[in-house]
Design a protein around this ligand. Structure first.
Ligand SMILES: *[C@@H]1O[C@H](CO)[C@@H](O)[C@H](O)[C@H]1NC(C)=O
Ligand SMILES: *[C@@H]1O[C@H](CO)[C@@H](O)[C@H](O)[C@H]1NC(C)=O
Length: 421
C-alpha cells in the first residue's frame, strides 16, 4: 500500500523502477531514499554517457525522458540548473551524435564555414592571382610565383605616372590595376600590362575595390600588399629596397615617407625624415596627441600609399566597411589590427615618394545644388570619417559591455556606464 502511495506521488519514476524490475526490492519506508538514489544514479549515468560518447551510442534516445520527468517532478532551483545544463549539452551532443550514428556523413567543424561536409584534404581555402596555361600539367603551369602584390587604382589619364611607378616594382610583384574609367585595353601599349591583372568597374574607389577583390584568402600567397593611389611620384623609391627595410624594422603596416613638397601634407608622421631609415613616432601640433603612442603621433600611416604584411591585411580587410568607400578615418583605426601598434606601424624614410595630389576620382562626383562635383565627394569623405569613427566606438562599447569589462583604450571614454558605481 505504501508503495502505491509512493507510486502515486512519483508515478513516472515508479514506472522506470518497475520497468527495471527494481521495484520488488524496495521496502516501503525506503521509498523516498530509493527515489533520490535513482534520480542521482540516472543523472550521474547521463553525465558519464555524455563524457564518454563512444560508450553510449544510444544516448540520444535516453535524453528526452530524463529531462521530461525531472521537469515533472521538481520545480526547485537546482533541478532547473540541471535542466539548463542538460538542454544546452544536448544541443552539442546531438550534433556529435549525428555523426557518430551515421559515419557515412562528413562533418568537419574546423573546415571553412559552409564547407563542413567536405573532407578537409579537398578544401582549397585560399587562392591567388597567378595566371595559368590552358594545357599541359597543372603542376608545371607556374615557373615563378611573385611574392608581393601591388595594386593601383587608375584612370587612363594617369598612364605615364603609373608606367613609371610600375617600373619601380620588380618581377617579384604581381601588378593589379583597378580601373575606374572603364579603359583597360589602352594600357596594352605598355609591355608590363600583359602580365598585369586588370579589374574594371566604373567610378569606384580604391577601398571599394580592395574590399571586393583583395580578400585575405585570395591574396594569401603574398608576403606584402601595396594598396596605392595613382598620383604618387616614385623617383626616389625602389620596391625591393623598401621591402628589405620593412623586414629589417619589422613593420606590419607602413608607407614610404612623403617628400615635404607633397601636396596636402597633413600629418607630421608621414613626412619624410632625412636623417632616418624608418621612423615610428613623431611630434604633432600641441594638443593633437593625447598619447605619444597613438595616432596621429604614432601607430599611424595614411591611406594613400599603405603597405600591409599578409597578417596585417587579414585583419585590415575586415575593418574596411562595404559602404564607406573613401576609407577616411581608416588610418586612425589600423592600429587596432597590430599589437603593439606603435612598434609595428611606421614610415620608411630611406625610400620615399611625393604626393602629386592630382584630382582624379575626386572629380567623378556629380554636380548638385550648385556645388562642384568635387565638393560633394569631399563632403562624403568627411561624413564617412565620422561614421566610421562612430561605428568603431560603438562596436567597442558593445563588445566591452557584452563581456562586462571596461575598455582599456584611452582614446575615448569606452567604459560602460553600468560599470560606474
Ligand atoms: C557547445 O559547443 C560549442 C562549440 O563547440 C561550445 O562553444 C559551447 O561551450 C558548448 N556548450 C556546452 C554547454 O558544452
Ligand atoms: C626577387 O626576390 C628574390 C628573393 O628575395 C631576390 O633574390 C631577387 O633579387 C628579387 N628580384 C629582384 C629583381 O629584385
Amino acid at each position: 500500500m505504501k508503495l502505491k502511495s509512493c507510486s502515486f506521488q512519483y508515478g513516472i519514476l515508479i514506472d522506470v523502477v518497475a520497468y527495471d524490475n527494481i521495484v520488488l526490492l524496495i521496502k516501503p519506508n525506503e521509498c523516498m531514499r530509493a527515489i533520490v538514489t535513482i534520480i542521482v544514479g540516472i543523472v550521474f549515468g547521463f553525465f558519464i554517457g555524455v563524457s564518454f560518447p563512444a560508450f553510449a551510442p544510444s544516448k540520444l534516445k535516453l535524453i528526452p525522458p530524463i529531462d521530461t520527468y525531472l521537469g515533472d517532478k521538481n520545480s526547485g532551483r537546482s533541478t532547473q540548473t540541471i535542466l539548463n545544463v542538460i538542454s544546452v549539452t544536448r544541443d552539442n551532443v546531438s550534433t556529435d551524435a549525428q555523426n557518430i550514428d551515421d559515419p557515412s556523413l562528413i562533418y568537419v567543424p574546423s573546415n571553412p564555414r559552409g564547407a563542413e561536409r567536405l573532407p578537409p584534404a579537398i578544401v582549397a581555402s585560399e587562392s591567388d592571382f597567378f595566371p595559368r596555361r590552358l594545357f599541359g600539367r597543372p603542376s608545371e603551369d607556374l615557373t615563378f610565383k611573385p611574392k608581393y602584390l601591388v595594386t593601383f587604382t587608375v584612370g587612363y589619364n594617369q598612364k605615364d605616372n603609373i608606367d613609371q611607378a610600375v617600373k619601380k616594382f620588380s618581377d617579384n610583384f604581381t601588378v593589379l590595376l583597378f580601373h575606374y574609367d572603364g579603359r583597360t585595353t589602352e594600357w596594352n601599349e605598355f609591355e608590363w600590362s600583359k602580365r598585369a591583372i586588370h579589374i574594371s568597374v566604373p567610378k569606384q574607389t580604391k577601398w571599394w575595390y580592395a574590399k571586393r577583390f583583395l580578400h585575405p584568402d585570395i591574396v594569401a600567397p603574398y608576403d606584402f600588399i601595396f594598396v596605392w593611389d595613382e598620383d604618387l611620384g616614385v623617383e626616389n623609391f625602389d620596391a625591393e629596397e623598401y621591402i628589405k627595410l620593412v623586414k629589417k624594422h619589422k613593420l606590419e603596416i607602413s608607407q614610404p615617407g612623403l617628400d615635404p613638397s607633397s601636396k596636402g601634407l597633413t600629418w607630421q608622421m608621414t613626412k619624410r625624415r632625412e636623417d632616418l631609415q624608418v621612423h615610428k613616432e613623431t611630434e604633432e601640433k600641441p594638443g593633437w596627441c593625447s598619447d605619444p603612442h597613438l595616432p596621429p603621433c604614432a601607430a599611424f600611416v595614411e591611406i594613400m600609399a599603405p603597405v600591409f604584411s599578409r597578417e596585417a591585411w587579414r585583419c585590415v580587410w575586415y575593418l574596411i566597411q562595404n559602404d564607406l568607400v573613401h576609407g577616411w578615418g581608416l588610418d586612425f583605426a589600423l592600429r587596432k589590427c597590430i599589437e603593439p601598434a606603435y612598434e609595428k606601424i611606421g614610415v620608411v624614410d630611406a625610400q620615399w615618394i611625393t604626393h602629386q595630389g592630382v584630382p582624379s576620382l575626386g572629380n567623378q562626383g556629380r554636380e548638385e545644388n550648385g556645388k562642384a562635383p568635387w565638393e560633394g565627394v569631399r563632403e562624403r569623405c568627411k561624413s564617412e570619417w565620422k561614421m566610421f569613427q562612430d561605428r568603431v566606438a560603438k562596436a567597442e562599447r558593445d563588445y566591452f559591455k557584452s563581456v562586462g569589462v571596461g575598455s582599456t583604450d584611452n582614446e575615448a571614454n569606452w567604459v560602460t556606464p553600468d560599470r560606474i558605481q
